[in-house]
Design a protein. Structure first.
Length: 267
């Protein structure tokens, strides 16, 4: 395996891709997965939701790319979406170099990173994103949202995430609506896989439910796995990402990567 760190924006050290590239196998072309860690748009939790996730997808025939994006209220939406769009464009444009099938480039995101991942699949036609490239380069083949922040319109939205994304403690109703993914789903939105836990104390399960309903209303199929009991941020559900916290370990949840990879085989 080869590792490469690619700074995608000249002069910007806040945005990069960590690329995990397997040795080529004759007659076999890999899929790609863009991994987007969470952190409430205030940090990038790559130690638990970056490299370990990349390594989790490698056995299923993927080359993996972990995105580090702008956080900490340095830039407001849609800057992060544009950065993720640039990552998708880069992967597809370098598909031959990186031994990747450009028609099978997926994205997976966690918590606030799940919001960014969902934005790629739903808001890929945003006017600022269109300046980066056409939809066929930007829209993922499919999106995997793991305990993701989705909606600003539910009873208990994750306010801190949206305030960081919009760089204000008092976002307007219009701003909040613009970044509420469930309000923008269409029949052209990227195929969706979701995983959440029913008692997530940080990002309410309603996020997953309203997005699933929006996909249903748009005539889109989707796959949703809701597990009964684990706190927010369980990662792989295994000791690799539990940091010794047994509450983050669950054998059922630990199957989600395999389930997501199986789902992705449909496309």
């Amino acid at each position: 395996m080869k590792f490469e760190r690619l700074f995608m924006i000249p002069g910007c050290e806040d945005v990069w891709l960590d690329c995990y590239l397997n040795d080529p196998i004759p007659g076999f072309t890999r899929k790609a997965i863009l991994v987007i860690p969470g952190g409430g748009y205030g940090a990038v939790c790559s130690d638990r939701e970056g490299e370990p996730i990349a390594m989790g997808f490698i056995p299923y025939g993927y080359n993996a790319f972990v995105l580090h994006y702008t956080v900490g209220r340095k830039k407001k939406f849609p800057a992060q979406l544009c950065e993720a769009a640039l990552a998708m464009k880069t992967i597809r444009e370098r598909a031959a170099q990186w031994d990747v099938d450009p028609a099978k480039v997926f994205a997976v995101g966690f918590s606030a990173g799940g919001h960014l991942c969902g934005s790629l699949g739903i808001l890929y036609d945003h006017p600022e994103v269109q300046k980066i490239g056409p939809a066929e380069l930007i829209r993922p083949t499919g999106i995997m949202l793991i305990y993701a922040v989705v909606s600003s319109q539910i009873a208990k939205p994750e306010q801190g995430t949206f305030r960081n994304l919009l760089c204000t403690d008092t976002p307007s109703a219009d701003e909040m609506y613009e970044v509420s993914l469930d309000k923008h789903v269409t029949a052209e939105s990227a195929p969706l896989f979701m995983m959440h836990t029913s008692n997530d104390q940080c990002v309410d399960i309603a996020n997953a439910l309203v997005l699933g309903q929006a996909y249903h209303d748009a005539g889109q199929q989707f796959e949703l796995h809701v597990y009964p009991d684990a706190p927010h941020g369980c990662g792989l559900g295994s000791p690799i990402t539990s940091y010794g916290q047994k509450c983050w370990e669950d054998k059922s949840i630990a199957r989600w990567v395999a389930e997501a990879a199986e789902w992705a085989e449909r496309f």
